[in-house]
Design a protein around this ligand. Structure first.
Ligand code: ADP
Ligand code: MG
Length: 260
């Protein structure tokens, strides 16, 4: 409706789209609150910046490829007493990211490892960091394929870029023979430069078996554990707990559950 308005034309040219879209409301608000010109300019700039920040966050979420939408407020800490809430909040504050540190989230299936990984990743994005989430099997398969195609360097560079790389579900599926070697290269590439968050249902002592190569697993762990925060979650699967509460299951039965 403002297409012919020279102010709208200028806002378009300056790409001040939030201001353009909310122009009438903002002008009304400024006059209703009897703002000075300076205060009104502050209000207008705040709205424009808020829109841009939101856009950046939306875009970064798309690029991060989280498997589901989860946040810390949606995490029931009461259900998982083995988790130190303060430690998770500290990690979500993101200081480990510029320091290039590693977070290991360990525990049986269904205890909220992926949920927490996504929630921490989400906070990191809001704080302005780039994040990429990948299942462990995918990253290894991609590296193996790139290796076969003679493009391993490109692929390693790709995975080295995000400020936080989340590798989920290490150990759920057996790796291919070359995996330890490839994963080692990835970890070395990021070592002390970019932060990693790795989730696994296997204790670090079992990683030799996971990788089928104890020496390589030791070399990988050596780097991952050097500047690390290890969180071991002990407890019941949250999904099973919910079902038990609903009376669908009578007792706590340990069973292998498929990851979400
Ligand atoms: P894991 O990765 O450890 O196998 P997930 O993070 O995928 O477990 O959790 C399984 C499901 O249960 C997800 O939908 C997750 O959001 C939910 N969940 C797990 N633990 C909690 C919790 N403490 N509070 C709220 N939801 C939880
Ligand atoms: Mg998981």
């Amino acid at each position: 409706m403002h297409d012919l308005d020279p102010l709208v034309a200028m806002l378009n040219r300056l790409k001040l789209t939030a201001l353009r879209d909310q122009l009438d409301n903002l002008i009304d608000e400024a006059s209703r609150r009897e703002l000075t010109i300076r205060e009104a300019l502050v209000l207008f700039c705040e709205r424009e910046i808020a829109r841009r920040d939101q856009r950046r966050v939306d875009m970064a979420f798309g690029l991060a490829r989280f498997p589901f939408v989860r946040d810390l407020t949606g995490f029931d800490f009461g259900a998982q007493p083995s988790i130190d809430k303060a430690q998770i909040r500290e990690l979500a504050a993101g200081r480990f990211i510029p320091n290039g540190e590693t977070v290991l989230l360990l525990g049986p299936p269904g205890v909220g490892k992926t949920h927490l990984a996504v929630a921490i990743g989400r906070e990191a994005i809001v704080a302005g960091y780039t994040v990429f989430f990948t299942p462990a099997t995918t990253v290894v398969a991609q590296l193996a394929k790139a290796h076969g195609d003679g493009r391993l360097e490109d692929r390693l560079t790709h995975y080295a870029k995000p400020k936080l790389l989340i590798v989920d579900e290490l150990g759920y599926l057996p790796f291919e023979p070359n995996a330890a070697h490839l994963f080692f290269q990835l970890v070395s590439r990021r070592y002390e430069k970019g932060a990693m968050l790795v989730t696994s249902n296997r204790a670090v002592g079992e990683w030799g078996a996971v990788f089928g190569d104890p020496a390589a697993a030791t070399a990988i762990l050596d780097r991952l554990l050097h500047h690390s925060h290890v969180i071991t979650i002990r407890g019941d699967s949250y999904r099973l707990r919910e079902k038990r509460r609903a009376g669908l299951i009578k007792t706590a039965q340990p069973r292998q559950e498929q990851p979400a």
